[in-house]
Design a protein around this ligand. Structure first.
Ligand code: GPP
Length: 557
């Protein structure tokens, strides 16, 4: 008897199963066509790209360019998604500007133009350099409010608004600036004409600092194209580079979709969400550079398997089956498979096969130390799922403190972050894994952010079936407050988490910036995908638009 037939019989005979009403994949086999596509790049395009890169590099290092012009050039390069080609040059220029124009953290003698100051402030912070926001006090009036004359200049307001999102704790001036610019941009947006109105509305919804760099690149290319002061070489380079990366990512998506289809997991386990394409997109949010192709593959496989496991724990599995599965994971040995029901055998085998693949890779690279950290996090993750399943089974309502402790582990973000380092090659030394396993502040902040964003938007859908309590219910019960008040508290904690993340991205960072950045990008993913809906589960709306923009439609040259 096939597993599917067996499953159908089980599900009919067992009325305790709790099945969610998930939509099927919106992509079907669409990406599989790219699996067989050649990656050979036309020689002429290769030469053209190298020439353009040389031109841009010359502009960047040119001695005749003023610092102000360089700041705006770097901003454009970053927004166009090209900074990964010029990391050393950008770092050197920003360090230099920091040395010459920042004294004791204060920006001195730069420009009095608010927009330039705000862009400089944001770029320095994003580079991990310490700089105080006190420079913005000079844009206040005698009463201590932001000057009303600023309202007339949309560009200045936008620059200031974007700068506020790199705020850390204790920066009241940036809190005020955020409130001021948000209020006024909202009202200005109503009077602006297209496309300016669209840009302002977009920024209000999706702050630049919290956006995924590839999505920003796709969007900014079309804005930059309309900018009369654009640099043609930079624009062409951005377009060519975007399309080349798109071709690479399409092929990767194709290979992974093919692997998933051939594994047959989703056909055999129809209770689960089929989210291979969205899982590919999640890994792409963590890193997009060609050198991280293998890393993306491992992460995608983890995301897609974790989704099915999540659905087993959240909905389909009975408590006894889940105990068996959790125990088998604790023992991490294929011989445990015999005790599991058929559908769990599939899940268990797939989980261990992924591990074997990672193990092989780590052996080849001489980095077997990473394996223990991976397995330890995996076990912690499933133990947390199990605790939640037991709570639900006993109809136990956890206290807020109990809920937070377990739910941040069940978010899976610690496991995901650990896994993100596995594919990063020799620079991900054992010290990096030790660091992440000690739950550094930035990881805690990212995990809390992940949990709260998910809880705030998923609550209504999940409570339609039996589902473990969420932050909202626990908070409402603990403080006897309304749902609205609980949401507000959740949002406040998310903002605090962002301040922690921003602070931990400042130098000296505890580990090299490259590792810290994965946590930043995983947090950005949450801001983009879980903003007002769980777009990972409900994929037909914004998620489809994002994937289409990055993976389907090339930029017109
Ligand atoms: C971070 C990881 C491990 C991602 C893998 C996929 C996954 C479980 C997504 C969250 O789904 P959800 O929004 O339904 O999660 P939950 O059940 O926790 O609300």
């Amino acid at each position: 008897m096939s597993s599917v037939a067996c499953l159908n019989r089980e599900s009919k005979s067992d009325l305790r199963r709790n099945v969610a009403d998930y939509q099927p994949s919106v992509w079907g086999d669409y990406f599989i066509q790219y699996a067989s596509e050649s990656m050979e790049l036309d020689e002429n395009i290769k030469v053209q790209i190298e020439t353009l890169k040389t031109d841009v590099r010359k502009m960047l290092v040119s001695k005749s360019e003023k610092p102000l012009a360089k700041v705006h050039l770097i901003d454009s390069i970053c927004r166009l998604g090209l900074n990964y080609h010029f990391e050393d040059e950008i770092d050197e220029i920003l360090q230099d500007i920091h040395k010459n124009y920042v004294q004791n953290g204060e920006i001195i003698t730069f420009e009095d133009n608010l927009c330039s100051l705000a862009v400089l402030f944001r770029l320095l912070r994003q580079q991990g350099l310490h700089v105080s926001p006190n420079v913005f006090y000079k844009f206040k009036d005698d009463q201590g409010n932001f000057s009303e004359r600023l309202i007339r200049d949309v560009e200045e307001m936008l620059c200031l608004y974007e700068a506020t999102h790199v705020m850390i704790h204790g920066e009241g001036i940036l809190e005020e600036a955020l409130a001021f610019t948000t209020t006024h941009l909202e009202s200005i947006a109503k009077q602006l004409s297209h496309p300016r109105a669209v840009q302002v509305k977009h920024s209000l919804r999706q702050a630049l600092h919290k956006n995924l760099p590839r999505l920003e690149a796709r969007r900014y290319i079309s804005i930059y194209e309309l900018d009369p002061s654009r640099d043609e070489n930079l624009l062409i380079l951005a377009k060519l580079d975007f399309n080349i990366l798109q071709t690479l990512h399409q092929k990767e998506f194709g290979n992974l979709c093919k692997w998933w289809k051939e594994s047959g997991v989703c056909n055999k386990l129809p209770f689960a969400r089929d989210r291979i394409v969205e899982s590919c997109f999640w890994s792409l949010g963590v890193y997009f550079e060609p050198k991280y192709s293998k890393a993306r593959e491992m992460m995608t496989k983890l995301f897609v398997i974790a989704t099915v496991i999540d659905d087993a724990y959240d909905a389909y599995g009975t408590i006894d089956e889940l105990e068996l599965f959790t125990d088998a994971i604790e023992r991490w040995n294929i011989n445990c498979i015999d005790n599991l029901p058929d559908y769990m055998k599939i899940l268990y085998t797939t989980t261990l096969e992924l591990y074997e693949e990672i193990e092989q890779e780590m052996r080849n690279e001489g980095r077997v130390y990473a394996l223990n950290y991976y397995v330890k996090e995996f076990k912690k993750y499933l133990q947390a799922y199990m605790t939640e399943a037991r709570w639900l089974n006993k109809k136990y309502k956890p206290t807020l403190e109990e809920y937070i402790r377990i739910s941040i582990e069940s978010s899976g973000y610690a496991l995901v972050t650990t896994t993100s380092y596995i594919g990063m090659g020799a620079t991900a030394t054992e010290d990096i894994f030790k660091w992440i396993s000690n739950e550094p502040k930035i990881l805690n902040a990212s995990v809390v952010l992940c949990r709260l964003m998910d809880d705030i938007v998923s609550n209504e859908f999940e409570q339609k079936r039996e589902h473990v309590s969420s932050f909202l219910e626990c908070y409402m019960k603990e403080y006897d407050v309304s749902r609205e008040a609980a949401i507000q508290e959740g949002r406040k904690r998310i903002l605090d988490a962002w301040k922690d993340i921003n602070e931990e991205c400042l130098m000296p960072t505890e580990v090299p910036m490259n590792f810290v950045r994965r946590i930043l990008d995983l947090s950005r993913f949450m801001d983009v995908v879980y903003k007002d809906k769980d777009n990972f589960t409900h994929t037909e709306g914004e998620m489809k638009t994002f994937i289409k923009a990055l993976l389907v439609d090339p930029v017109l040259i």
